[in-house]
Each structure stands twice: as structure tokens, then as C-alpha cells.
Design a protein around this ligand. Structure first.
Ligand code: FAD
Ligand code: DLZ
Ligand code: SF4
Length: 517
């Protein structure tokens, strides 16, 4: 080989259709893959997340080698490993004297900032290519966002429907309605249980990574085993097939339902594979559409699933790049409470939170409504510091990368961006959780009790939040009218709410520094 093109492929770029690989042949490139200490520890990622990424990277490298590519793979325990992407690219430049470094842009601001310094640092040209695995380019999102005060997802989503042609009849949405969310809010019926997503027993490669993670990341949060996430494209495709065959039909109706101990329900459980590159968003949406067109799944479920992917997923990615770096610092509501320790231990009498933390610890996963309306809602109404909340979500979920985690945390749950993403804070009392789950019946707290030591903490916290943030929220037409209800309460009642909330907040134990980044 004359001087090769060096192609660094990151842990969330495990796709054969990656822009940096396009048009290259095995004879002209060296693919560089790096297990980097800095990446595994800049927040203390869940043990299963590290296993997932290292194992998927190692499998991807094997597949590429089998196709004839030269892969220079740096393992974590290589004594010369510098621990950072830049350090490893520097060493690879010395080894291979490349004619060019060609890389697909990073998903995260932090890494992209490092990449943009490579040009001046290395003695060869550096090309940073757009990540074409997303449907909307950065320019597409800018064009959508410019001139809008609120970046309402719904309008962006319609543009994505038109752009992809998904669920379109000519220029009209199939069925005449763009968004069938109103049909997708069913509470769980008694005994609701779904066919579980497939789990994949660790092969020799994964077992080796499990041993590595046990040895090197013992202090990180989360159960290491049993580990069952897909780590190859073949496994990810099998998981997708299982979802389309057994759970897509009821995905819509039970999207917002929560059942104690039922961790997957009708969710796809595909985000880990999508986000590290094993699955392609469009291929999943086309398969879902085919299920609808052939009568295997109803429109409300299929539209709901497609909206999550070409709507929310694309939207938050565009939003992230449009609002960074400010989004990482945003704290519109001035929330400064430390994250409580029970986010790490699950040791709380709040049965809803304990169950959500349990599934997070066991699986590095919780489904959307658990993340949004239990854990997120709690952080919002208790006034937890957005930086601490963001670090937690980024660390504990196997599908978490800052581009997707941060807009959900700062924008969707905490309103820290001042309402650019969500038009109102998703604040809710215990009523909502009771309606959409079976958590409350066996909880030590009483959901029907509004104040006092036995009251569901979400009840007084809800009002305390509304009152604390009255100045910021009263003029919001979607939520402002709630203050009329507050104003009609007697002063005694108002005092009881505030005192109950304060007593609960005073009882919270801040998270131990051992979890901090
Ligand atoms: P399904 O319910 O089956 O949904 C299908 C797909 O839609 C998901 O795989 C995902 O790719 C996409 N999707 C759905 N909702 C969203 C959303 N709000 N934003 C982006 N994509 C979405 N998702 C992540 O992938 N990574 C994260 O770090 C992440 N952090 C979150 C933090 C908070 C506070 C909240 C409220 C949501 C977060 N989500 C995140 C979105 C959502 O909770 C997960 O995508 C979902 O739970 C993954 O499970 P699933 O694949 O079974 O999803
Ligand atoms: C999340 C993660 C972890 C834990 N480890 C690695 C790694 O060792 N090597 C790697 O290439 N990528 C890793 N990743 C994913 C990166 O953090 C991700 O590519 C960037 O955050 C950009 O989205
Ligand atoms: Fe959660 Fe309140 Fe219900 Fe208990 S009563 S499970 S704390 S919502």
C-alpha cells in the first residue's frame, strides 16, 4: 500500500454505510478503532454500556477484516494506549504515515471540537465528513429553525415525512392525519405483559470484554450481568424482526404505560443498536411502514414509531447542534438542588422511582415514559441542577450520547432551555403516574393524599414547583391557567402544600461524590 488514508471509526459509528468509508476500497485505507479510557470515563458510564460499545466495536472490526480491510484496533489494555482519541490518532499517524485522515463528524460537541484541531496538529490533510446516517442535515435543521421562537417538533416531523415519503399518499399523510398520538395514551390494563425483546447470550468476544469491564470499571454504576444487548448487526436485525413481529402492533396504544417489573412492554428496545450504528433509522421506518401497508400493524402504532425516529430522534439531534454549546449550560429555572443519592441506589420508598432505577441498574435502560414522567418529572419539580441530571442520564443509559440525551434532559424534562424545545414543562403530580401505571397501589405513599408525611411526594412537589416558578411560567398559555386553581385555595391549604414539599426536600440525601465525573 502506498501512503494509506487513515479512517478513524468511533464507537457510535459502527455502520458500513458510514460517510468516511464511502468510495474507499480495502487496499487504500487503514481503519483505526480505539478503546479510549477518556471516552469510557468522562462520565462514569454504566458497565453494560461499556461492554456494549467495546464488544460491538470488536465485532465490527472482525467483520471489516473478514471483508479484507486493514483494521488497526487499539484495545484498552494496550500498554501504549494514551486513553484519548487525539492521542491515538497521533500514534496511528506515526505508525502509518497516512496521506489523509478521513473521519465522519462526531455525534458530540466535545469530540467534534477535538477533531477540528487535528488539521493543524497532524502533517496531512484532515477531512471531516457529514454524518449521512441522519435524515436531516445540520443545514436542514437550521433552515427549519431560523426565525422560529419555539422549535415545535411537529412541523419538523412533517418536513421529514415529506422528505422521506414515509406514510405519505402523494403530498398528504396516509389516513389524512399527520399525528395519531391522541390514540396512543392508553393506561395499562390489568396484567398487561408483552413478549420480551430477545436477549443475546455473550459470545467469546463479549465475555472477554465483560472480564475487562469487571476488572477496570468496577466502581461504575450498574449490573454487569446478565448482559444481553445486540452487539452485531445480525443480532440487531434479529431484535428488530422480533419487534416488528411481536410488539409493533401494540406499540402505539401502550407507549405511555408503565407496569411494575415489565421493563420492555411494547417498546422496540432498538435505541442502543440505532445509536451505535448497527441499525439504520430509515431501514427501520421502511420496515414499519411495510408492516402497516401489508396489514400486519395498525396505523397508530406505525405512525407513532416512525414519529419517534424521523420526528423526535432527528429533531433532538438537529436541536443539539443548533443550540450547543449553550444548551449544556442552560438553567432557565435556576435549579440548583443536588441529585439525590437514590438515583444511584434506588433506595427510596417512592415505588415508581425505585422501579425505574432498578431497571436502569439492571439493564442500562428505562423506557421513555419512565425517563420522562417519573425520573424526569421528579428532577423538574424537585428543582435538581440540570448539569447533574444530564450527567446521570448520560452515564446510566446504554443508548445515551450527548446529542440525544442533552436535548431530552435540558429541553424536554427540565425546561432549562426556557421552552425552545417543549412548549411547557412536563410537570405532573402523582395523579398522572397513578393513571398510567400500576405503581401506586402498593406504594408506601398515598397517591390520593395531597399533603402530610404520607402524601405522595409528587403532589406537594408539583405545587411547590409551580409556585416557585410562577414568574417564569404564568404567562405560558399552556400552563398559566393552573395558577387560578392555586389562587382559589385557602392560605392554610397553600401553606400545607409548601410545608409538605419543604419537609420532603429537606429529607433528600445528595448523591455521593463517588458517582461524579
Ligand atoms: P421506543 O419507545 O421503541 O422508540 C423508538 C425509537 O424512537 C427509539 O429507539 C429512539 O431511537 C427514538 N426515540 C423515541 N423517543 C425519543 C426521544 N425523545 N429522543 C430521541 N429519540 C427518541 N434516547 C436515546 O436514544 N438516548 C438517550 O440518551 C435518551 N435520553 C433520554 C432522556 C430523557 C430525559 C428522556 C425523556 C428520553 C430520552 N431518550 C433517549 C428517548 C427515549 O426514552 C429512548 O429513545 C427510548 O426509551 C429507547 O427505547 P426504545 O428503543 O425501546 O424506544
Ligand atoms: C461511549 C463510548 C465509550 C464508553 N467508549 C468508547 C471508546 O472507547 N471508543 C470509541 O471510539 N467510542 C467510545 N464511546 C463512544 C464515543 O464516546 C462517541 O463516539 C462520542 O461520544 C461521539 O458521539
Ligand atoms: Fe410514585 Fe406517588 Fe405513586 Fe408512590 S404514590 S408510586 S411516589 S406516584
Amino acid at each position: 500500500m502506498t501512503r494509506p488514508i487513515l479512517v478513524p471509526v468511533l464507537g457510535d459509528q459502527l455502520s458500513r454505510n458510514l460517510s468516511s468509508l464511502e468510495g474507499l476500497t480495502p487496499g487504500e485505507a487503514v481503519i483505526l478503532m480505539m478503546e479510549a479510557w477518556d471516552e469510557a470515563t468522562y462520565v462514569k458510564h454504566h458497565k453494560q454500556k461499556i461492554v456494549l460499545i467495546f464488544s460491538a466495536m470488536r465485532h465490527f472490526a472482525e467483520d471489516l477484516r473478514a471483508e479484507g480491510w486493514q483494521v488497526d484496533y487499539v484495545t484498552l489494555d494496550d500498554p501504549a494506549n494514551t486513553g484519548s482519541f487525539t492521542g491515538e490518532v497521533a500514534r496511528a499517524v506515526e505508525r502509518h504515515a497516512p496521506s489523509e485522515i478521513r473521519v465522519t463528524e462526531s455525534g458530540e460537541w466535545r469530540v467534534q471540537a477535538a477533531m477540528t484541531e487535528w488539521e493543524g496538529r497532524f502533517p496531512c490533510p484532515v477531512s471531516i465528513l457529514p454524518d449521512t446516517r441522519f435524515i436531516a442535515s445540520h443545514a436542514d435543521f437550521r433552515a427549519f429553525a431560523q426565525g422560529r421562537k419555539h422549535l415545535t417538533m411537529e412541523y419538523f416531523y412533517r418536513e421529514m415525512r415529506r422528505k422521506t415519503g414515509l406514510l405519505m399518499d402523494g403530498d398528504k399523510p396516509v389516513g389524512g392525519i399527520w399525528n395519531l398520538d391522541a390514540e396512543n395514551r392508553q393506561p395499562p390494563k390489568q396484567g398487561l405483559s408483552a413478549p420480551p425483546a430477545p436477549k443475546f447470550p455473550p459470545d467469546a468476544i463479549t465475555q472477554e470484554v465483560i472480564a475487562l469491564v469487571a476488572a477496570r470499571f468496577a466502581s461504575h454504576f450498574g449490573d454487569l450481568e446478565p448482559f444481553g444487548w445486540p452487539v452485531t448487526r445480525a443480532q440487531a436485525l434479529e431484535a428488530a424482526e422480533a419487534f416488528f413481529a411481536r410488539r409493533l402492533d401494540l406499540f402505539g396504544p401502550y407507549q405511555d404505560a408503565m407496569v411494575h417489573g415489565e421493563d420492555d412492554l411494547y417498546h422496540s428496545m432498538l435505541s442502543t443498536s440505532l445509536n451505535c450504528g448497527l441499525l439504520d433509522p430509515l431501514e427501520l421506518c421502511r420496515a414499519a411502514e411495510a408492516a402497516y401497508r401489508s396489514g400486519r400493524a395498525p396505523l397508530n402504532s406505525v405512525e407513532g414509531f416512525i414519529r419517534q425516529i424521523i420526528g423526535w430522534r432527528e429533531y433532538v439531534r438537529g436541536f443539539y447542534w443548533y443550540t450547543m454549546p449553550g444548551l449544556a449550560e442552560a438553567n432557565e429555572l435556576g435549579a440548583h438542588r443536588p441529585l439525590p443519592e437514590f438515583f444511584w441506589t434506588g433506595a427510596t420508598d417512592m415505588r415508581c422511582i425505585a422501579d425505574c432505577v432498578r431497571t436502569t441498574r439492571e439493564d442500562a435502560h428505562a423506557h421513555h415514559i419512565q425517563r420522562l414522567m417519573v425520573l424526569g418529572n421528579f428532577c423538574l419539580i424537585a428543582g435538581v441542577d440540570p448539569r447533574q441530571v444530564a450527567d446521570w442520564y448520560l452515564a446510566v443509559y446504554a443508548d445515551a450520547y450527548e446529542w440525544v440525551e442533552l436535548p431530552n434532559v435540558a429541553g424536554m424534562i427540565l425546561y432549562a432551555d426556557g421552552g425552545r424545545l417543549a412548549t411547557k414543562p412536563y410537570a405532573a403530580s402523582g395523579n398522572y403516574i397513578n393513571k398510567m401505571s400500576n405503581y401506586c397501589g402498593k406504594c408506601r405513599y398515598k397517591v390520593s393524599q395531597k399533603t402530610g408525611a404520607d402524601a405522595c411526594p409528587f403532589n406537594p412537589l408539583y405545587w411547590d414547583f409551580m409556585v416557585r416558578n410562577r414568574k417564569a411560567l404564568e404567562s405560558n398559555h399552556r400552563i398559566g391557567r393552573i395558577y387560578a386553581t392555586w389562587d382559589k385555595m385557602t392560605e392554610d391549604k397553600q401553606g400545607e402544600y409548601r410545608e409538605s414539599a419543604q419537609a420532603f426536600l429537606d429529607s433528600l440525601v445528595p448523591a455521593s461524590p463517588r458517582w461524579a465525573r
